[in-house]
Design a protein around this ligand. Structure first.
Ligand code: OAD
Length: 239
């Protein structure tokens, strides 16, 4: 079947009352943002332990903020792709729809998706290292004023290596995976846990469809793999 005619997939989608989608950076590659592990990927060109770990932040908070500031500007300069938009359209047709994303770029929300679980945090906010305070990470954010009143420091609201995912968000994602009849796994290498485990048979009884031009760690868990770009498949599914 040509990937441009996902008819049987559309039939499954029409029949499903509960759908869960897991996305990764591949869907935002369609908007022009780099992935993490592909050619030119962020973790190929930057040192993870310096930029995305509590230890790296303690060592050089300014370096970390400067890097996240560059990434934030990159996020601000792009638009949701047809694949992001298609997922928002699909959500409107499905009674129980959950989009669990590993992406921190807010593009799903910008595209109009509503029930979005941001598993790895969000670039649009900063949080305090000590208390529960949060504030927007926007143009007004001052890199010379990183201390919070409570004695903590403002840091990006991103899940770093060695840190746990926000428990309520993760629990909601596992619940959605358990309920789902159909699960779409889009644009992720499937190697970062616990996010990837959502799409395994330990967590879901859904029919799992992977949409990715390459084989991934989740391919053996998928009932079907469509070797294509997200924008080659999802807009047709939404139509
Ligand atoms: P990766 O860089 O590991 O994987 C990106 C995936 O996207 C690859 O499998 C590509 O084949 C696929 N891909 C590329 N272009 C695509 C397209 N147009 N359509 C569909 N798929 C495409 O990125 P993630 O899986 O997102 O975590 O990485 C997971 C986590 O690792 C990230 O959230 C990040 C990183 O460490 C944190 O920062 C906490």
């Amino acid at each position: 079947m040509p990937v441009t005619e996902p008819d049987d997939l559309r039939a499954r989608l029409d029949a499903a009352r509960s759908v869960c989608v897991l996305t990764g950076s591949g869907i935002s590659a369609e908007s022009g943002l780099p992935t993490f592990r592909g050619v030119g990927g962020l973790w190929r060109t930057h040192r993870v332990e310096e930029l995305a770990s509590p230890r790296g932040f303690a060592r050089d908070p300014r370096l970390v903020w400067t890097w996240y500031g560059e990434r934030r500007r990159a996020h601000m300069s792009v638009q949701p792709s047809p694949a992001h938009v298609a997922l928002a359209e699909i959500e409107r047709r499905v009674p129980d729809f959950t989009l669990a994303t590993q992406n921190v770029d807010s593009l799903h929300i910008l595209a109009g998706s509503r029930n979005v679980l941001e598993l790895h945090g969000k670039m649009r906010e900063a949080k305090c290292t000590r208390c529960d305070a949060r504030r927007p990470f926007d143009d007004a954010f001052d890199l010379d004023a990183l201390e919070h009143d409570c004695g903590g420091m403002w840091r990006p609201d991103i899940v770093w290596f060695g840190e746990s995912l926000p428990p309520a968000v993760l629990e909601a994602a596992f619940d959605a995976a358990r309920r789902a009849e159909l699960m779409l796994v889009v644009g992720t290498s499937g190697i970062v846990q616990p996010a990837a485990s959502l799409a395994t048979k330990r967590c879901t009884r859904a029919y799992v469809v992977e949409i990715n031009p390459e084989e991934t760690a989740l391919t053996p868990h998928a009932d079907r793999s469509i070797r294509a770009r997200a924008s080659d498949v999802l807009p047709q599914l939404a139509r």
